[in-house]
Design a protein around this ligand. Structure first.
Ligand code: FAD
Length: 348
């Protein structure tokens, strides 16, 4: 029995569990597999340091410049060195385990190798969640349940709060980590808009490692194959100039969908459930940046849960504070604006 059960120990779930545990409440952090590397470009803006000042001490590749290319390779650069803090390029396996540890140090209990698949109900109320493990089904009871298990969340669908994503709301994105001598400016991230509705990126991870990937709107996927699109992108002569040798080692690759149409505003909470991070669509349309907004949603959901527990009133009304928080409203508005610009942006 826990005060709060959080399903999913990615950036949103780990931040949420950390804040709740710090306030003294008992929190279970349920994770499918801590050895899974979330497919991701891994670039995080400097805003992350507000939430994780500890990251300043880690030797991640620092980013001071963004270089954006149109489909015909017109280039626009923005450099912020000396103006504001640097961003970082992270390996998601290391990063996710780092922030999980911060949550555990704060007092959250991690249950690894647990796959959440349904709610535990009593008198038509959700009173916890059920997970599959190698030793059978486990049950975690909680006064509040927080769904943080990513865009493919089963609980988000089963909560009745939101429907499955529509094809038009998704991008399919493939990412790889490559190793080899290259000509990349290590402090610059490069983003390439493609002639179709899609984009590619190269993000340096260290002197010799880089994350490279490409994504397409799923609407186009009936016609296109993500592996073919990825291969076409990394072999394009202009892109190849950044890593011209022939013997690059691919250390890892994976493809995954990203929700791209903004936050599901009407699906964020009910009487004892909140949905945060990717599971609720906290990914910026156009850029695909989701780590920072997911962490913000995790923090605000945690603060909302603590307040409701302190007041001993867990209800739709008290949990609605999450959805109505000024920072959540700001993210929703920002994503709405970006979403409305997608067609205009890609048409150009
Ligand atoms: C290819 C790609 C590139 C991206 N690049 C960037 C980038 O460069 N910068 C950026 O800011 N964002 C990027 N994003 C978006 C970013 O990855 C997400 O927005 C962010 O990871 C969301 O965090 P989250 O905690 O909500 O979900 P996730 O990171 O998806 O974490 C969910 C967690 O829940 C666990 N889980 C899943 N199902 C279950 C289950 N049934 N039971 C228990 N646990 C479960 C998973 O193992 C995982 O640990 C990218 C996304 C993709 C797909």
């Amino acid at each position: 029995m826990f005060d709060v059960v959080v399903s999913g120990a990615g950036p949103s779930g780990s931040k949420c569990a950390e804040i709740i545990a710090k306030s003294g409440y008992k929190v279970a952090l349920i994770e499918r597999d801590t050895n899974w590397r979330k497919p991701c470009g891994g670039t995080v803006s400097s805003r992350i340091f507000k939430y994780y000042p500890q990251l300043h001490k880690i030797n991640y590749q620092r980013v001071y410049e963004i270089s954006m290319y149109s489909a015909d390779y017109h280039n626009f650069k923005y450099n912020w060195k000396g103006i504001r803090d640097y961003g970082i390029n992270v390996d998601r396996l290391e990063f996710d385990n780092f922030i999980r540890k911060v949550a555990l140090d704060a007092g959250a209990e991690l249950f690894d190798k647990n796959i959440s698949f349904d709610f535990l109900t009593k008198d038509n109320h959700n009173i916890g969640i059920k997970t599959k493990t190698s030793t059978g089904v486990k049950e975690y009871l909680g006064k509040i349940i927080i769904i943080a298990d990513g865009m493919s969340s089963k609980l988000a669908n089963k909560s009745g709060l939101r429907e499955k994503w529509k094809i038009s709301e998704l991008y399919l994105v493939k990412s790889a980590i490559m190793e080899g001598k290259n000509l990349l400016d290590k402090e610059t991230i490069s983003i390439f808009f493609r002639p179709y509705k899609g984009y590619g990126w190269i993000f340096p991870l260290s002197e010799t490692k880089f994350n490279i990937g490409t994504g397409i709107s799923k609407q186009n996927f009936q016609k296109c194959n993500i592996n073919a699109i990825f291969n076409e992108f990394i072999n394009e002569p202009y892109i190849k100039e950044f890593f011209p040798n022939s013997n690059y080692k691919e250390l890892w690759n994976a493809a995954y969908p990203v929700p791209s149409s903004g936050v599901k505003v009407n699906s964020l909470c009910n009487e004892n459930i909140m949905i945060i991070g990717d599971a609720a669509g906290f990914v910026s349309p156009i850029s695909g940046e989701g780590i920072h907004p997911s962490i913000v949603s995790g923090q605000i959901a945690a603060e909302t849960a603590i307040k409701a527990l302190n007041e001993e009133t867990i209800s739709k009304q008290t949990l609605k504070r999450y959805k109505l928080h000024p920072n959540i409203k700001k993210i929703i508005m920002n994503f709405k604006l970006k979403n409305s610009l997608i067609d205009f942006f890609f048409d150009l």
